[in-house]
Design a protein around this ligand. Structure first.
Ligand SMILES: *Cc1c(COP(=O)(O)O)cnc(C)c1O
Length: 360
């Protein structure tokens, strides 16, 4: 039976990548060593590290005046590193509140800087993206933070806010590399790796040069972007194996046509799943405003939540795994990141159709 894994994160990785990692697990390229066993200062690992960065820069079109940092601590640590590094003597930062991850970022930043909620979709349970016209931006803000894809609520921006000279900061944990993004429009992009990049343990930060080097001298060394930028993410031991795996994913993306090709595949997958939900005569329901529906995370409920258990059990028996929704919203959630093939979404759509036919 073919298994399709719809986990929100850690999430599915490309089969080919796992197989390649397996084939070189105990002996990387004839070195006689596993990547896990290599000194991070040795020439073998240094080449893996440099290649991963080069490939990522090419894939995303990252301009020269941006640093790529391979860090740890997850997106959660960025919730605090961002205000601590980017406040630059300013009093407040602007935050857009579109759901659970926005709220967490705001709560953490609030420990260090005044947080202005410039827009929110709380009035409709975070089921839409607030119209840019109504954002109450402050031109003196240290930065504007938003979450382009709310992994839990399934709400995704299909546009990039123009914040003028105020740096735009984005938590791209769950939609990085899923669609082209003009990096030059951002001051800082961050993402935990475990959704659309590689295994957990690696956090990616892409930050414009002029935003580095403004931290308070009392800031712990490990929280200062400048230390990591100056040390090419090797100030201390980086998460070497996770970076190696991410590098294999970058090569897989390049081999498969890059991010443009990924976006086309992701659109096809998402359209199929949403069409299945919308054509079910209310048996399935997705609460998210149509224009703002995520291509990566598709939350849906069953008309009769008493059927949730049966749905999950039967899906499991078919090899359709980890469809249970986040505990805060219930129902189901299908995460269909880059590594999920169209066949997986087809199998899910077929199953949903059958299940609704039997129980509708
Ligand atoms: C998963 C996720 C996080 C949390 O990531 P960690 O790496 O566990 O800290 C933050 N933001 C978004 C949008 C996420 O999807």
């Amino acid at each position: 039976m073919t298994i399709y894994n719809f986990s929100a994160g850690p999430a599915v990785l490309p089969k080919e990548v796992l197989q390649q990692a397996q084939s070189e697990l105990s002996d990387w390229h004839g070195s006689g060593m596993s990547v896990m066993e290599m000194s991070h200062r040795g020439k073998e690992y240094m080449s893996i590290h440099a290649q991963a960065e080069t490939d990522l820069r090419e894939l995303m079109g990252i301009p020269k005046n941006y640093k790529v940092l391979f860090l740890q601590g997850g997106a959660h640590l960025q919730f605090s590193m961002i205000p601590l590094n980017l406040m630059r003597g300013k009093l407040a930062a602007d935050y857009v509140n579109t759901g659970e991850w926005s709220k967490k970022a705001m709560a953490e930043a609030g420990k260090f800087i005044h947080v202005n909620e410039v827009a929110s979709s709380a009035d409709k349970s975070f089921t839409y993206v607030p119209d840019f016209k109504n954002w109450k931006l402050d031109k003196d803000a240290a930065y504007v933070h938003y979450c382009p894809n709310e992994t839990i609520g399934g709400v995704e921006f299909n546009w990039i806010p123009n914040t003028g000279t105020v740096p735009l900061v984005a938590d791209m944990s769950s939609n990085i590399l899923s669609r082209p993004m003009d990096v030059w429009k951002f001051g800082l992009i961050y993402a935990g790796a475990q959704k659309n990049i590689g295994p957990a343990g690696l956090t990616l930060v892409i930050v414009r040069d002029d935003l580095i080097g403004h931290a308070d001298p009392r800031l712990p060394t490990m929280l200062d972007y400048k230390i990591h930028a100056d040390g090419d993410s090797m100030y201390n031991t980086p998460p070497t194996f996770a970076i190696y795996m991410a590098g294999l994913v970058f090569q897989w993306l390049k081999k498969n046509g890059g991010i443009g090709a990924m976006e086309r595949a992701n659109i096809a997958k998402a359209e199929l799943l949403y069409a299945t939900i919308d054509a079910s005569n209310g048996f399935y329901h997705c609460p998210v405003n149509k224009a703002d529906r995520s291509r990566m995370n598709v939350p849906f409920t069953l008309k009769d939540s008493n059927l949730d258990g049966d749905f999950l059990k039967q899906a499991d028996a078919r090899g359709l795994l980890q469809l249970k929704g986040h505990r805060s919203v219930g129902g189901m959630r299908a995460s269909i990141y880059n590594a999920m093939p169209l066949e997986g979404v087809q199998a899910l759509a077929n199953f949903m159709h059958e299940f609704a036919g039997k129980h509708g």
